[in-house]
Ligand binder design. Structure first.
Ligand code: C2O
Length: 555
């Protein structure tokens, strides 16, 4: 076929699905599937038999309807990570927070509208550790005929980063929890499901290959869907221009290394400015604390057309695992676009000024290996999952499920980033923090040094927030705010709080419901580094949570 004809046919086949811009239907069959990686085959839990799962393609303003049918032995829920779910909190997905899980043999239809967002997000299971393999991209195109605020790339490519475990991850975490010890780390990182050509027992042609044409621009929609590892992303011989994070445009900036935490998404432009060749892509962990991490590098290739597959690969060295300056440099370069069309509406007057410590603790556990258990907390509260969803309990006024006394500040003040208090014990509770509709919040997330300081990617459901400040050591209410950026701070839904440091975020509570906030390192979520905001209804139906859907699963 003539190439112009082929292009025409291709365009004709691709476009109808996205032209009319109304309601997009998807069906997710949750099924077990045998996959071969790292020389062995094992069954994994997937959506539609794929790892990563299917990409949702939508436009800003679309309604999305996804029917999830559970064919596996586990309870399942799906979270649309970063989708704001304005007034539709019932469809947000975290198990026991907004819904009871979909039990084996059951189904649930998620229905929501994409409002005021465009870029890349992702979906993932939000129960147990199932998100390790139940995840996939959400591509939100701008409204029809609305251009990007940067030159239109010639092609767009989804790049999902993940982790591969040889063992069954449910067994890994269950055994760790009953022993009271940290779980193992993964056996490989993955790029679009593959550890890549450099991994043991893979052939040099293995793994994800990005085919490029000299002179063209490619937009990579990078997603960190890994369970526990913050990751560096690099391409040999090429710089990357960051244009969007967490479905919000940024001021473009050019870098040779992208840092992306679990829960974050980053769109970058890659300009294919070489004439030919094969270039290595590396994905490697960032961990600047003495904590074990999967230190294997996943690889992929950028392959110029008219280049033989036997051509020598141009390689690159990934940053060292503890490259704090590389990480900080990347984070400090991020700014909101803050243009006329896309303003940064940073709340300037604050109604609720909060400080939450985040970190780990140690509680007695007679049946555990050391007689104690490692766990995690916010403001010393280890969140206990209820057995009824909090949103239902709130809506129907069911008492005894949660309390709304989550502390606004630490109840015991200590040198948070120092050696810690003598007593590292935490208290248990299902406590939420109540916010009136439309109130403004400043939240300082203060890392602690208890046992070891560590970077925590904190994710807030139902909102984007502005990351107005960041520092090492303890937040100082007198001096730290003077350095806040209230003009063009990056707007996102997941933020890395530096090891032995703090991050300040601001948001306006304009979305009623119950909104989970937790560390997106799955091990820390399991250990209790989580809480929820309960945002009250405002006036009238437009400021209120919609009534619950009839098919909402029962607990
Ligand atoms: Cu992507 Cu509550 O998580």
């Amino acid at each position: 076929m003539e190439s112009w004809l082929r292009t025409l046919v291709l365009v004709a086949c691709l476009l109808p699905a996205l032209v009319d811009g109304r309601t997009r239907h998807y069906k997710f069959n949750v099924v077990s599937k045998n996959m071969t990686r790292l020389c062995s085959t094992k069954p994994i839990v997937t959506v539609n038999g794929k790892f990563p799962g299917p990409t949702l393609y939508v436009r800003e303003g679309d309604n999305v309807i996804v029917k999830v049918v559970n064919h596996v032995k586990y309870n399942v829920t799906v979270h649309w990570h970063g989708v704001r779910q304005l007034r539709t909190g019932w469809y947000d997905g975290p198990a026991y927070i907004t819904q009871c899980p979909i039990q084996p043999g059951q189904n649930f239809v998620y229905k929501f509208t994409i409002t005021g967002q465009r870029g890349t997000l992702f979906w993932h299971a939000h129960i147990l550790w199932l998100r390790v393999t139940i995840h996939g991209a959400i591509v939100i195109l701008p409204k029809l005929h609305v251009p990007y605020p940067f030159p239109t790339p010639d092609k767009e490519v989804v790049v999902v980063l993940g982790e591969w475990w040889k063992s069954d991850t449910e067994l890994v975490i269950n055994q760790a929890m009953s022993a009271g010890l940290p779980p193992n780390v993964s056996d490989a990182h993955t790029i679009n499901g593959h550890p890549g050509p450099m991994s043991a027992c893979a052939s040099p042609q293995d793994g994800f290959k990005l085919q490029v044409e000299s002179g063209k621009t490619y937009m990579l929609r990078i997603i960190n869907a890994a369970l526990n590892d913050e990751l560096f992303f690099k391409v040999a011989g090429h710089n990357l221009t960051v244009v969007e994070v967490d479905a919000v445009y940024t001021k473009p900036f050019t870098t040779d290394t992208v840092l992306i935490t679990p829960g974050q998404t980053t769109n970058v432009l890659l300009y294919a400015d070489k004439s030919a060749g094969r270039y290595l892509v590396t994905v490697s962990p960032f961990m600047d604390s003495p904590i074990p991490v999967d230190n294997l590098t996943a690889t992929a290739t950028v392959h110029y057309t008219n280049t033989l597959s036997t051509t020598a690969l141009t390689t690159i060295t990934p940053p060292p695992q503890n490259a704090t300056p590389v990480a900080s440099n990347f984070i400090d370069s991020l700014r909101s676009l803050n243009s006329k069309e896309f303003p940064a509406n940073v709340p300037l007057k604050i109604d609720h000024s909060l400080l939450f410590t985040i970190g780990v603790g140690v509680n007695p556990c007679p049946t555990c290996v050391n007689g104690s258990r490692v766990l995690a907390d916010m403001n010393n509260v280890t969140f206990v999952m209820p057995t009824t969803a909090i949103l239902q309990a709130h809506y129907y006024n069911i008492s005894g499920v949660f309390t709304d006394d989550f502390p606004a500040n630490p109840e015991i003040v200590f040198n948070y980033t120092g050696s810690g208090p003598n007593n590292m014990q935490t208290m248990n509770g299902t406590r939420v923090y109540r916010l009136p509709y439309n109130s403004t919040v400043q939240l300082v997330l203060q890392g602690t040094g208890i046992i070891a300081p560590e970077s925590h990617p904190i994710h807030l459901h139902g909102y984007n927030f502005f990351a107005v400040g960041r520092g090492l050591g303890n937040f100082d209410p007198k001096t730290s705010p003077s350095k806040f950026n209230l003009v063009d701070p990056v707007e996102r839904n997941t933020i890395g709080v530096p090891a032995a440091g703090w991050t300040a975020i601001r948001f306006r509570a304009d979305n009623p419901g119950v909104w989970f906030m937790h560390c997106h390192l799955e091990v820390h979520t399991t250990w209790g580094l989580k809480m929820a905001f309960l945002v009250e209804n405002g006036k009238g139906p437009n400021e209120s949570l919609i009534p619950p859907p009839k098919d909402l699963p029962a607990c």
